[in-house]
Ligand binder design. Structure first.
Ligand code: MRU
Length: 361
């Protein structure tokens, strides 16, 4: 694995991220120097993916503390920063988890306030790297088993959206077992759903699989069912933005339909879950707030123009047509074969999760 990361700190103790809206065509980095920069990066999806949203918000609080001290602002500035960041995106629970961690660290701070914020944000980042590595360790046996059954032939894995390193810090959740399988010499091929409307599959997953030399094929979102019916998919693995106590899984819109097709075709459907994405306070997936985004994301396709070579937005419906843009859906636990976490794999159920995470009993 390369040491390429999605978020990092600079010598002057600011934060840099990749502007993921421009991938795969341009690799542009952006410096975040205020909490508003972090909030806007999350809102406008320059950064996205549940763990990366959490990490960016954590640094957002560090930046707010820095502004508070440097500009000698009063404490209400920090309260506003917390509430603005909390409102930046609704579905991925990592955002709220990271902000709670920052709040606790600052509430219990006995040392330097700024150092405390800096250290906690860095810790959140480092822990995510190790968490994702371990998801790979525990996910690898599922790929190995299929490879053995197929006598070393290629294992075909279907995924939706981007739950790779671009959604995290390093490794990624669904890509960690894939990268570790490749390192072991297991033959793998990935079917990548394009993931309309923002095309995280075609833009981001294809970009990172290309970077890591992982054989892959881009498919339209509607192709998965057909491939599954024709024995071209051995397993499905997706990420999650919030998994509730009963094992229901919220992930990018369209995930649920893949789970239904997988069930109908007896194909295992795995969810890669860092425990930071667990919401054990929420009983079931139907309570999860589902983000609704601007309809223009559906009405316009963004890409590199064949004619000019520049990035452009193209209208794909009559100007006056209304579009709906739900960002996520919920896959009921009954369609999930196993949840793969940093502590091991478990059934998608309250009991399964509690076996691995007894602290939530
Ligand atoms: O809207 P996005 O791009 O933030 O959605 C991302 C996903 O749905 C990912 O699958 C999820 O956050 C897991 S990232 C490890």
């Amino acid at each position: 694995m390369s040491k390429f990361r999605t978020i990092w700190t600079t010598a002057d103790r600011f934060v840099e991220v990749i502007d993921q809206r421009l991938l795969p065509h341009q690799l542009v980095t952006v410096k975040l120097t205020t909490y508003k920069d972090a909030e806007i990066a999350i809102k406008d999806m320059a950064v996205r993916g549940a763990p990366l949203i959490g990490a960016t918000a954590a640094y957002g609080i560090y930046l707010a503390v820095r502004e508070l001290i440097e500009k000698q602002l009063d404490g209400s500035f920090l309260d506003t920063a917390f509430s603005d960041l909390r409102a930046s995106r609704p579905t991925a629970v990592n955002l709220f988890w990271a902000l709670d961690k920052m709040q606790q660290a600052l509430d219990n701070c006995e040392a330097d306030f700024l150092d405390t914020a800096w250290n906690m944000a860095n810790q959140i980042v480092e822990e995510d790297v190790e968490t994702c590595r371990m998801i790979g360790v525990h996910g690898l046996p599922f790929i190995e088993e299929i490879s053995k059954k197929k006598k070393g032939e290629v294992v075909n894995i279907l995924t939706h959206c981007n739950a790779g390193m671009l959604g995290c810090i390093e490794w990624g959740t669904i890509t960690s077992p894939i990268y570790q399988a490749i390192e072991k010499g297991i033959k793998v091929h990935v079917w990548v759903d394009e993931t309309r409307p923002r095309n995280q599959g075609s833009n981001l997953t294809c970009y990172e699989l290309t970077r890591h030399n992982v054989p892959h094929t881009l498919i339209v979102d509607n192709a998965g069912g057909h491939l599954m019916q024709h024995g071209m998919v051995d397993m499905v693995i997706v990420g999650t933005d919030r998994t509730t106590r009963n094992g229901d899984v919220a992930n990018k819109i369209g995930t649920y339909l893949k789970a239904l097709a997988a069930k109908d075709n007896n194909i295992p459907f795995y969810v890669a879950l860092p425990s930071t994405t667990l919401d054990m306070n929420m009983k079931s997936g139907f309570d999860i707030p589902i983000e609704e985004r601007n309809q223009d994301e559906v009405k316009y396709m963004i890409g590199k123009s064949k004619a000019t070579g520049e990035m452009d937005a193209v209208l794909i419906c009559p100007e006056t047509t209304n579009a709906s843009n739900y960002g996520f859906d919920v896959t009921p636990a009954k369609y999930v074969t196993k949840i793969i976490t940093e502590r091991g794999a478990c059934d998608a159920s309250e009991n399964g999760l509690l076996e691995l995470f007894p602290e939530y009993r």
